[in-house]
Ligand binder design. Sequence first.
Ligand SMILES: Cc1cc2nc3c(=O)[nH]c(=O)nc-3n(C[C@H](O)[C@H](O)[C@H](O)COP(=O)(O)OP(=O)(O)OC[C@H]3O[C@@H](n4cnc5c(N)ncnc54)[C@H](O)[C@@H]3O)c2cc1C
Length: 415
Amino acid sequence: MTASAVPVRNWAGNLTYTSPRIHRPTDLGALAALVRDTPRIRALGSGHSFNQVADSPHDLVRLDMLPREVRIDGDTVTVSAGTRYADLAIELHRRGYALGNLASLPHISVAGSCATGTHGSGDRQRCLAAAVRGIEVMGSDGETVWVRRGAADFPGVVVGLGALGIVTRLTLEIEPTFEVSQRVRLDVPLDEVTADVDAIFGAAYSVSVFTDWRGPTGRVWLKHREGEPEGAWHGGRSASVPQHPVPGVPTEPATEQLGVPGPWCERLPHFRPELPPSAGAELQSELYLPRAAAPEAIAALRGLGERIAPVLYVGEVRTMRADDLWLSPAYGRDSVAFHFTWHRDPAAVTPVLRAVEERLAPLGARPHWGKITTMAPADVVGLFERSGDFAGLLERFDPDGTFRTPFVDAHFPRS
Ligand SMILES: Cc1cc2nc3c(=O)[nH]c(=O)nc-3n(C[C@H](O)[C@H](O)[C@H](O)COP(=O)(O)OP(=O)(O)OC[C@H]3O[C@@H](n4cnc5c(N)ncnc54)[C@H](O)[C@@H]3O)c2cc1C
């Protein structure tokens, strides 16, 4: 077992974990003993969240040094929780399989991504956690239980914010490997995006619209699944050189474009696993709205464009299908998500983010669990109709508060 030197920062460097110790056990027995012997502990994934969701003033444990397991069984794969999507994807593709969806970056851990409801884009795609068929959770006694799809608790456990215990393995749905080609269309009028939401987001397997909300246009990333019919929409003009989602940034970290087909895992994320993703020193926030609210939300954000653009690297609009996971921001409704990659300047960003959230809240906005928000925890929890059921799960899974943190207490105070 090793323990990291502290303090340790999250990926973006905007947060220093307050934990005095970060353990890295090298086998499951050592993890069980650690959990059993430590009064307050919580799992840390790859540290890509921007808020305190993964932080604790007590012990933290990372699972990235546990033996890696990738066990394929029919149409599922069982994977050790600390595995990064990048590593899982390479192994799946090598053996002829695929996941249906990935986030914008593959550097993140499977357990950490599922715990926060992380998503990619696509009208037919649900969040990554919706691919979970079973989840193995270690309780404070060091014993593990499997919770499988079909069990009453299952939809509450999968997007669990790390609060129910240490997830040690997950079983995910897989499918035969497939190829994707990626094209970018430039100078697409935002008026057209507003008018043609269904045509644009239905034009490919996975679609993202990037904009700064100030200019009149956006850039549309189309990830086409080979073998499926192409959508009829061809607005704007075709990019003739590769693009990075963040304007002005060197394009090497971006996945291959210009319509060259390649494996799903090398096209569905925007960023290559071996290079740093996104802008770097940044903050992120994201709001999920009912899909039908997209035109009104786009109009509201354009109205704030002069305030947003000076503190923004880039904004992204994505869509996703409804799911049934209690704390998933896409719970119960087909959704459109408005993502913001902000400058790492909280003083400048916070008032603008507050204005954005005030405009989108009346449209039903739910914030991403792993990104920054100005919404009060009680208001956030009130947006999730099954949050009372989740509070009940917390009492049952963690009666002694072993996995509780200030973030959990603020959102789900003890009764
Ligand atoms: C550059 C960048 C791009 C991003 N792109 C996207 C995107 O496309 N879509 C999107 O939705 N989000 C995106 N995010 C956000 C990111 O996906 C989430 O913050 C995700 O939770 C990060 O996973 P992680 O492994 O780093 O988890 P962490 O941030 O380390 O932890 C998140 C939560 O998971 C819990 N957790 C971790 N491991 C375990 C475990 N073994 N058992 C129990 N709980 C555990 C932690 O306790 C915590 O509550 C992006 C972030 C960055 C930095």
